[in-house]
Structure formats: structure tokens, C-alpha cells
Write a protein that binds this ligand. Structure first.
Ligand SMILES: Cc1ncc(COP(=O)(O)O)c(C=O)c1O
Length: 506
């Protein structure tokens, strides 16, 4: 097909933009939305934690591309009726699945302000980038990193871990790896972590071109901490085989049970062996804000890089992942890529180099820093630290309830805020999997599952600042009730009606 250019010259330019003709209408609509979302957070306990999506609601999201406009009020009604009641549920205090933060109204408001500014934080000289730099500075102070450290917001720890693998790769092979690829030297590089490390680290090795086999997963002790002696032995064996160990990934809070590796021992080993020491601190790293937990994270300050999420224990609304690198020069050398259309100047809007796009793969970037800045300033680190301590105390309460209940069995030591347990039954894996799905569908609570030594565990990760003792009690009661029904032959499931989703439309 040939495209005729300028067939019909544009004789007139319409004055139409996407702005409303009546600003007062959108103002009124905006106030309603704001009120509704504040009510949503304020009254969240009145809702089910999660509701299965009815077929007709799901079908609404299979409709075709809208060509003609719709009134904003109409679209908002659809949001209220079909999206709000079927969201993940992690705002709710009964949500304990996976590792999800609860968010705050402060973070929500900041997100609206950020969208209003519509700033692009890839680069250039504007205050939103200074806000991000201030958070880099605050994070540096939190972890006791030196002034040359650099940091950047990313979507989440999965990406931050990938970026750390890339920085470690550049440090090992030199900048030429960016031009020539991994080559023969790269094929010899090996990385080390424990069997309890999150799967995104092995994915990072895959994405970085090393392949998953280049990651050695070392066994753990009873508390799921990496066996440092076994790690040392494996490094020796690999060196003797002509391989080139380059990276150790420690965990500050494993995803399954919340184990913290011996970070001091790992950092000492990495110094001795001249290896890059990265810590996956997705949720656990912010434990440094809790005076009770901070001593257990000793050694974090010696890491070469740390990945963490402000959207988990930090309660910043999704997403707000972060990577901090001790040596900012190595960080920049991994990602900076000059281009004529991104020329840096010493004055004007194109000043302010280095730009955040020199520190990661993204060029266009949103203002994630603002919701984090509002959260840190509004609550302060003392209060956030106290909230982190409180979630661990709730996990301790849940542990005590399990230990006092003969029908339940604790499946792993409780070290932070994660509790793994099960209902004692024949065919326990099947029964406990069913119990979790039953509880989720009931809307009472939302734990998730994991498998520990072949045993399916009900896993409660208490991350949400709203979770309270009554939510832990409700989880236990639901496990016992559904467990009794599921494990008694021919048992009838309790008639727990999910609460109807509240209508939000106005
Ligand atoms: C220990 C750990 N590492 C990495 C991740 C992945 O983080 P994200 O989901 O932010 O990419 C998680 C997620 O829960 C985690 O718990």
C-alpha cells in the first residue's frame, strides 16, 4: 500500500484539545473520586478481602477498542462497579498472601499529585529529579552507604536484582562487555545464592545472558540461611574447574519464611574472594528502620548493592522498587548510553547530568519518588520502623496461636513477619490447598501457600500496616472451620457467604 502524503493539505487547525470544556465538571467529578477512594480506605473492613470475578464482569473487559468518546461519569461508574470490588485486596487488613504492602491514603494522594505534574524522570534539570536524589540520599543514610553511592527507582526488586547482576557483570568483565557481549570470559562467570532465594534472581541470570545454570544455589541451614561453609567450598571447586566466581546474592528476608542470611559472614567472604556482594532485601531491608530488627541486618552496610521495595514494608503504593549501588561510577558505567538527542548541557533544561536514565534501562520514567517522599516525610522513619516491628509482633501472636492449637502445625520457625503452618489432616497437601482457596473465596482473609520440604503450607505474610489481632484471629478461625469441613469425610463446607461488594458509583 502506498501512502500519499499531503494529499489534502490541512487548511485549518482545530482548537480542540483533550482538556475539558467545563473545568468545573471535572473538578466535581474529581472530588467525588477522591471522596470515594478515601472512603474506600477508611471503610475497607466492610468489604470482603477478595471476591472472585463473576463471568459477566470479566466479559466486560473483553469488549473492543472504544472509538467514540464516553462521559467520564460513565467510565467512572464502570470503575466503581466492575474494578473496585474485584481488586487484589491488599489494601484490606485481612490480606496476608505473598508479600504485599497495604498502601496509605497519603501515598494515594501523592500519586495523584505526581500524575498531575506528569513529570518524566528519565533526565533533564527539574525538581522531581531532585526529589528522587533526596531519596537516594536518605536510602544511602539508612544503609550506611558512602557518599559515592547511587540509586534509582524501578518497578520492583525483580528488576533491581536484574540490574544488580548487570552491574556486577560490568565490574567483572569491564565496560567492553557492553560492546562485545559476554564472550568466552563471560561464559565462565558463576554466581552464588541459596536455595531459599527468590526465583527472580535465577530469572535475572537468565535475562542477563548467563543462563540459570551459572547460578549455584547453595543449601541452607534449619533457619533457611545460606550455609556459608558450603558456599566457600563451592567457590573453591568452581575456581579449580577454571570457572570465575563473580557474584554472591544474599537474602535479607527470604520470600518463603523470612530468613535473613548471615550478611556479615557473606560480606567477609566476598571481600576475601573479591566477589560482588548483592543483597535481595525486597521487603526485609527496610527492617533497618526497626530498632528491634536492625541488629539482625548487620552486614547490609557492607553490600555492594541492595535491591528493595518501598511498596512492601514501606507501604508506598505500587510500584516503588529501588536499587542502591555502593560505587556510583560502576552503576553509571553499566547503563549510561550517550545519544545526540539526549545531549547534556551545563545550563537550561538539558543540564543536571548524570540523569537517572544513566542508571538503568529506562529512559522515560514516572515520578515514583513523590509517593515515597510523601510517605517518608509524613510518617517519618520512627513510625514506619514501629509499624514494621508491629507486623513481626503480630506474626509472633499468630505463631503462639498455632502452637496452642493441636489441630494446627507450625511448619517453619517464625523469624520476621511470615508464618507457615498447616491444618493437620490426612492428605494434608490437598486439604490445606483447599483451605486456602476456600478462605480466599470466603472474603474473610487472603493467605497464600508455599511448599516446605514437600509439605504444602498455609503462608501468612503480615506486611499490611492495617492488619490487627482480630485479623489474625479471623484467619485462625477460618482455617479451623474450613479445615474441619475439608478433612471430615463427606463434610459439608460451611456456609460462609462472601459479603456483597459495596456499590461505589455515584
Ligand atoms: C525476597 C523477595 N525478592 C524479590 C521479590 C520480587 O519483588 P517484586 O515483586 O517487587 O519484583 C520478592 C517479592 O515478594 C521477594 O519477597
Amino acid at each position: 500500500m502506498t501512502v500519499a502524503l499531503h494529499e489534502e493539505p490541512l487548511l485549518s487547525v482545530s482548537s480542540e484539545t483533550l482538556d475539558p470544556q467545563e473545568w468545573d465538571e471535572i473538578r466535581a467529578q474529581g472530588h467525588r473520586m477522591l471522596d470515594d477512594m478515601i472512603d474506600y480506605a477508611a471503610n475497607i473492613r466492610e468489604r470482603p478481602v477478595w471476591s472472585p470475578i463473576p463471568d459477566d464482569v470479566r466479559a466486560r473487559f473483553r469488549e473492543g477498542l472504544p472509538v467514540k468518546p464516553s462521559a467520564l461519569g460513565e467510565v467512572y461508574r464502570e470503575f466503581s462497579d466492575s474494578i473496585v470490588p474485584y481488586a487484589t485486596g491488599n489494601v484490606h487488613p485481612g490480606f496476608m498472601g505473598w508479600v504485599h504492602g497495604g498502601g496509605t491514603a497519603v501515598g494515594m494522594l501523592a500519586e495523584m499529585l505526581a500524575a498531575g505534574l506528569n513529570a518524566n524522570l528519565g533526565g533533564r534539570d527539574h525538581i522531581p529529579i531532585e526529589v528522587e536524589r533526596q531519596i537516594v540520599e536518605w536510602t544511602r543514610a539508612m544503609f550506611g552507604f558512602p557518599s559515592e553511592a547511587s540509586g534509582i527507582f524501578v518497578t520492583g526488586t525483580s528488576i533491581a536484582n536484574l540490574m544488580a547482576v548487570l552491574v556486577a557483570r560490568t565490574a567483572a568483565l569491564g565496560r567492553s562487555v557492553r560492546q562485545h557481549g559476554l564472550g568466552q570470559d563471560g561464559a565462565l562467570l558463576t554466581a552464588y545464592t541459596s536455595t531459599a532465594t527468590h526465583g527472580c534472581v535465577s530469572k535475572a541470570m537468565d535475562l542477563a545472558g548467563f543462563g540459570r545454570d551459572a547460578l549455584r544455589c547453595i543449601e541452607t541451614d534449619r533457619l533457611h540461611r545460606i550455609d556459608v561453609a558450603a558456599l566457600r567450598t563451592r567457590i573453591v571447586i568452581d575456581r579449580e574447574a577454571g570457572l570465575k566466581p563473580f557474584l554472591v546474592v544474599g537474602s535479607a528476608g527470604t520470600v518463603d519464611i523470612g530468613a535473613i542470611d548471615d550478611l556479615c559472614a557473606l560480606s567477609a567472604l566476598c571481600r576475601e574472594e573479591n566477589l560482588w556482594f548483592h543483597v535481595d532485601g525486597a521487603y526485609g531491608a527496610l527492617g533497618v528502620l526497626s530498632p528491634q530488627l536492625a541488629p539482625r541486618l548487620a552486614g547490609l552496610e557492607h553490600a555492594d548493592s541492595i535491591a528493595l521495595d518501598f511498596h512492601k514494608w514501606g507501604q508506598v503504593p505500587y510500584d516503588a522498587g529501588f536499587l542502591i549501588v555502593r560505587d556510583g561510577r560502576q552503576h553509571r558505567e553499566t547503563f549510561a548510553a550517550p545519544a545526540v538527542y539526549l545531549r547534556r548541557e551545563t545550563r537550561g533544561l538539558a543540564a543536571g547530568s548524570p540523569w537517572p536514565c544513566d542508571l538503568g534501562p529506562d529512559l522515560s520514567r514516572g515520578f515514583r519518588a513523590l509517593k515515597t517522599w510523601f510517605t517518608l516525610k509524613t510518617y517519618g522513619t520512627e513510625k514506619l520502623g514501629a509499624m514494621i516491628t508491629r507486623t513481626c509482633a503480630l506474626a509472633g501472636y499468630l505463631e503462639a496461636r498455632i502452637l496452642a492449637e493441636p489441630r494446627l502445625e507450625l511448619l517453619a520457625p517464625v523469624q520476621l513477619n511470615i508464618v507457615c503452618f498447616r491444618y493437620r489432616a490426612e492428605n494434608a497437601n490437598q486439604v490445606n490447598g483447599d483451605i486456602v482457596a476456600d478462605i480466599q473465596e470466603s472474603g474473610i482473609s487472603a493467605p497464600s501457600t508455599t511448599v516446605l520440604d514437600g509439605r504444602l503450607a498455609i503462608r501468612a505474610a503480615i506486611v499490611n500496616h492495617r492488619t490487627d489481632i482480630c485479623d489474625v484471629d479471623a484467619l485462625i478461625a477460618a482455617v479451623l472451620e474450613f479445615g474441619a469441613q475439608r478433612s471430615s469425610p463427606g463434610g459439608v463446607l460451611p456456609n460462609v457467604e462472601p459479603s456483597p461488594p459495596l456499590a461505589r458509583g455515584k
